[in-house]
Design a protein around this ligand. Sequence first.
Ligand SMILES: NC(=O)c1ccc[n+]([C@@H]2O[C@H](COP(=O)([O-])OP(=O)(O)OC[C@H]3O[C@@H](n4cnc5c(N)ncnc54)[C@H](O)[C@@H]3O)[C@@H](O)[C@H]2O)c1
Length: 245
Amino acid sequence: MFDFNGKTVLITGAAAGLGFSCAESFAKAGARVALVDISAEAVQQAAAQLDSETLAITADVSCADQVQAMVDQVVGAWGGLDIAVNNAGISSTLEPVAETSAADFDRVMAVNLKGVWLSMRAELNQMLRQNRGTIVNMASALSQRVFPGASFYVSSKFAVAGLTRTAAVEYAETPIRINAVCPGNVTTPLLESTIEDLDALASLHAMKRLGTPQEVANAVMFLASDLSSFNTGTLLPVDGGWTAQ
Ligand SMILES: NC(=O)c1ccc[n+]([C@@H]2O[C@H](COP(=O)([O-])OP(=O)(O)OC[C@H]3O[C@@H](n4cnc5c(N)ncnc54)[C@H](O)[C@@H]3O)[C@@H](O)[C@H]2O)c1
């Protein structure tokens, strides 16, 4: 359906879940894919499963030096960066605000917000130099609505939405487009490790089911492709009608 032949794609958090599904999908559509993850072993294994030219890069997106090095490695290997998917993210401990800790705040914000900002900054500098490129951030339905008990996660995703829209407007008159996907609940290792009752979670969506990683990857590919050439600053829900209710 999509054709990314000749394109270079960098995906953070690509060893598992939504990031890996995106990596598989871009690879099937002909792209060269740089998989980035904090887990060295997992990212090597993930890259080895793909039938396309890949790079397996170990980096922690919350560390500025490592983020700059990941972009430099892609550009050094392939000469440019066409598409960046800033997907790496973690969940917060589920507890009401009065019981939350500074350590958990710092942990969640470091990956979910600082990681996306650092990635966007390094990617944008490269994309401005080459005068082309598109960025897709992995936000969440929880960038639009709340989930009691997940205040840090929700706040980090509201912030990713703000960062996406601000940067999109800043660079709207360049060829660089910046959008975000806002998934509802999708079966991944992150969700399975955070929530015990997945049936109850499924019932929150108007469609009364969880999403699949492929459904999210499809939306990411749309925003990364020329089919969305008039989209920038878009926060695209992929949530089975959760936010529509
Ligand atoms: N699963 C869902 O229902 C859902 C819904 C909405 C949004 N999201 C968002 O989608 C993204 C991916 O979620 P997932 O469910 O696939 O998670 P996951 O835990 O299944 O996979 C996340 C991957 O990111 C990697 N990672 C974690 N911290 C990192 C860091 N500091 N640097 C680099 N890599 C790191 C992990 O090693 C893992 O491979 C996250 O941003 C999450 O908030 C998920």
